[in-house]
Structures are given as C-alpha cells and as structure tokens.
Design a protein around this ligand. Sequence first.
Ligand SMILES: [Fe+2]
Ligand SMILES: [Fe+2]
Length: 440
Amino acid sequence: MVSSNAKVSSSRPLGGRMAAVKDMAGYLRALFEVEREFVCCATTLIYRVGDIELKYALCQHVWEAAGHARFIRERGRELSGFGKGEQVRTEIRQLFDEAISPEDALQAVAGFYRVFKPALLAAYESYLEETNHLADWPSSKLVEEFIQDEKRHAQEIEPYLAGVESAAWEKRLTACLQAVGGWLMKEPGLPLPEDFVWSVSEKPYRHPATCNRGSYPVCSSVFGNDPQADPIVRDWLEDPQTDARVVRLMVYVWLMMELDAVDYLATVFYDTRDAPFDLHFDLARHLWDESRHSQFGYRQLPKLGVDLTKLEHSLDLYNILVQMTPAERYAMMTMEFEAGSFPTKAKVMDRVRELNDFEADTLLAFDRNDEQGHVRYGHRWLPEIMKLFGETRPVAEFVAATRIRFEALAEEFGGKTPHSLSPEERVTGSDLLALASKQS
Ligand SMILES: [Fe+2]
Ligand SMILES: [Fe+2]
C-alpha cells in the first residue's frame, strides 16, 4: 500500500519534533471518544426498537465498537499526544445527545447509521490516507480492520431502515457534525444557525417506561404454575418426572426471554457515562452475551415447532428495573438474577443431557460459562457504579436493601402488562408438552 504521507508532511506547518506522531495520536484520541460514545448512546436504541433481529444486530455493533475503542486506547497509549484519561470531550457528547433525542426510535437509528457511522468510516479512511503505513503500521492495521467492520455494519442495518424517511433529521445531524469539523475535528467548523437549539436542552433524555417488542405478543411474566396459562411451569422445570424434551423447550423459552436482560442492561450505559471505559467494555460484552443467549432460544424454538408469533414476551423486569437507579438495576441483575440462576440451570442441563442433543448441551454450557463471567463483572463493577452515584453503604448491605426495594417496586410496577393473547391462543406449558411428544 502506498502512503500519501509525503504530501501531508510537506503541507504540515513546522511543529515540534513529534508533530507527526501527535497529529495522528490526536485523531486516534477523537476516534476513541467517538467509539466510546457510540457504546454509551447507541445502547439507548436497543430497548426502543421493536424488531428483535435489529436489537441483536445493535448489541453486536456495540460490542464491536467497544472493541475498536479498546484497541485504539491501547495503541493511543503508546503514542505521544493521545492524552491521559478516558473522558470524552463535551463537543462529542453533545452530538451524541442530539443523536438519541428523536422520539421515533427508527429516526434515531437512521441518524446513527446514515450520518454518524458513515462519517466514522470516512474518518477511518482519512486516517489511513494520511498516516505513514510503515511508521504507523500498528495503527494502520487496526484501522484497516475497523474500516471493514464499519462497511459491514452499514450493510447489516440497511434492511431495517428500508422505507424509513429521514432526510430532515440527517440534515440536522450532519450540520451538527460539521460544526465541530467532523469526527477527526480537523475540518474548519461550519457554525450552526444562530437560532439553533440542541434538543437535549429542551428535553433531557429519559428511558421509556416500557421496552418495545414490535409486533410480538407481550405479557408480564412467562414463569408460573399453570400449564394452561404459562409457558414455563416452575414445578415441571425441576420435577424429575418431567419429560426431558419438555425441559429443553422450556429452557429455550427461558433463554429467549433473556431479551429482557438485553433491554434493561442497555439502559445502564447512558446512565453511567462517566464510568471508566473498562466498565463499559465489560458491560458491552455482557450485553452481547445476553443477546446471544436470547438468540439460542429465538433460533432453536422454531426448529422445534414453536410458533414465535404466539409466544408472549415478558416485560416485567424491564418495567420494574427502569424505576430503579443504575446501581440497583445492575445489582439485581448480577447479584440476584444471575447469581441465583445456577442451581436450577444445573438441574436443567442434566435433564437436557439425557436427550443426547449435542447442540442444546453446547448452548447451555456456553450460557453457563458466560453467566459465571457476568457474576464476576458484578463483583468487579457494582462498587464502581455505586461510587459513581455517591452510594456509600457496604455492597452486601446495598444489595440486601435493593432486593427489598425491588419487591416493593414489583408490587407497584410489575404485573401490569396484560396478556396480548388468550390462554388458548398463546404458547403455554401444555402446548410445549404436546409438541415435545412429537420430538426425538
Ligand atoms: Fe444470559
Ligand atoms: Fe447473564
């Protein structure tokens, strides 16, 4: 590959001895901040969009963006001029605050994927054009790879934006981006009109009171004790007399419903914007893991004959947790739900192994392994999130108090989502029993 660095060098005003390094490090710094903000802000799209596959794609892109940011940070730290700390400058934050402001979630997705991400791709391309590929080989290799990722991200989201008209919104966001000189902040800034008002100054961002599941039927909870009404019958799950094929179907329903973890975990990023980047890196991994766990069910259930249009999605956990502080949300997730799920899941895994279904065993084994990681994240990061919000109680005391508060909020905000479908229409335990009898 031929470097165009000579052209740039000759046009660069005589700076300090390290000017060439400092210029590129400055660009990398801006790119780190942009990827970081993408992680904190594109996560607000996840629970607002209704298309399940779009939620999964966004989780994957957030995880990849976190990877880009991490690699850039590691490389940046080798370079003079990258700067200390991990804070994102106000101008970049302001742009992302604007990007998440539309009420219509697909407009917001369009802003991210028709303006911000193409500009990020262009910034990476411009970096590659400007740097010296021999001298700055480590950065060049990373950037080459990120360019491929950005192109793929654009293709992956395009189908979900078919028919979404967003010209006015794109124009506004483009003007905001041009005002700071683009993502590398190196072009002369084009001032915004004098009467321009940032959306966030008129209306601060708030998470919606419930999450969006598009055209899927919904309910408060999928766990219960009535085989004629609930898909996951608690007694059946643990009863050694239950047909293992029923247990397999039920655990896939359980896994698919981890989509609630996707939706409520996604709310924690924006609320903890000042946290260390490593926290968001682990949270992004956690989020992506949950989206894959949900896909285990979402992809396997139809193969086993379950009609997903008849399977209600449970909304209670999001609806209750969104009423709590980010530290409480994260405490309930890691210290209560995840830490508490191992004994039942162990029994379920043993039952499923009776079926000699290698794929099911594999999915459950990876799920268990991931969940162990999530509990570790909880121990590592809950104290940090508590600190961020001035919570000074010992962790154990805070978790115990949070459990009690969760129960109280569950009374108030739980059980409020009526069934979209009648017991006859929706998938229930007895339907799963009937389906299981037809399986090997
Ligand atoms: Fe999970
Ligand atoms: Fe988990």
